[in-house]
Design a protein around this ligand. Sequence first.
Ligand SMILES: NC(=O)c1ccc[n+]([C@@H]2O[C@H](COP(=O)([O-])OP(=O)(O)OC[C@H]3O[C@@H](n4cnc5c(N)ncnc54)[C@H](OP(=O)(O)O)[C@@H]3O)[C@@H](O)[C@H]2O)c1
Length: 289
Amino acid sequence: MTNTQYSPVTLLGLGAMGQAMAAALVKAGVPTTVWNRSAGKAGELVAAGAVEAATVAEAVRDAGVVIAVLLDHASVHETLDPVAGELAGKQLINLTSTAPEESRELARWAAGHGIEFADGGIMAIPPMIGGEGSAILYSGTRAVVEAHREVLELFGTAEFLGEDAGLAALLDFALLTSMYAMFTGYFQAAALAGTAGISATEFGERAAAWLTAMAAGMPEYGKKIDSGDYSADVQHLAFQKAAVDAMVRAHRDAGVSTEVIGTVQQLINRQVEAGHGAAAFERTIEELR
Ligand SMILES: NC(=O)c1ccc[n+]([C@@H]2O[C@H](COP(=O)([O-])OP(=O)(O)OC[C@H]3O[C@@H](n4cnc5c(N)ncnc54)[C@H](OP(=O)(O)O)[C@@H]3O)[C@@H](O)[C@H]2O)c1
């Protein structure tokens, strides 16, 4: 049964993420209209109380807010450009993963058509939606997020970051970058551990515990970076260079690619060659800025 305290929500895109979000809406009784490019994905949602629209125009017609959960920036334009007129005066939230500049472009496109716009970055995977630990970052027009906060909180914690429509995507991608680099580091390390017969599962358990303990130090690293004072009493870059050089030799000796740890080695080497061997490891960020 729908709950009249909620204004109607239209959700465009019923991939894994869109399905999970639409399910959270109907479960809470939000009047929900769904649309998907390919037919056949709305069956369970319709059985649970959603309305399936045959066209995007039909889907957005009576919406209080339109939420797009499509593949990429191009698919958002492909879906929304033809209905820009129908969207005028409405509120649109894009939860499709787009690069920050693409989110800003969507904000300009929306403003040009009289559409109130906010962008979001989903910090969850579909099974987490509506559960503990699910969070979505938002930026753009604050009023859009605040007007629908109760509905948005059905997906996960809703955090508004600021009026720059690209900000949510920027932080989303920054967090994802740290995650991709961490997992790729695990792949590199598991390849090395595997040469001694240690399974990736067993190594994964050890690595998870080790990285969890080490990650707690990140805010301290951040303080040093923010201070700009890279002085170090111990474990300076020359010390790190010796350790990482040995790690690279360990991979070579074991016949494993050095591509991931080799990139770390190059960054440290460049800092040492530039005369910063006595500085703290955190100074490596200067190679990336
Ligand atoms: N899954 C995750 O863990 C996760 C986590 C965070 C963020 N996200 C983001 O959430 C968004 C959706 O992810 P997902 O997991 O639902 O992906 P997905 O399962 O691959 O679904 C993609 C959706 O986009 C639609 N689509 C693709 N190209 C289109 C086009 N040109 N025009 C209209 N619709 C189009 C697909 O429609 P069809 O069914 O017709 O192909 C489908 O509904 C992505 O931007 C993703 O990066 C996902």
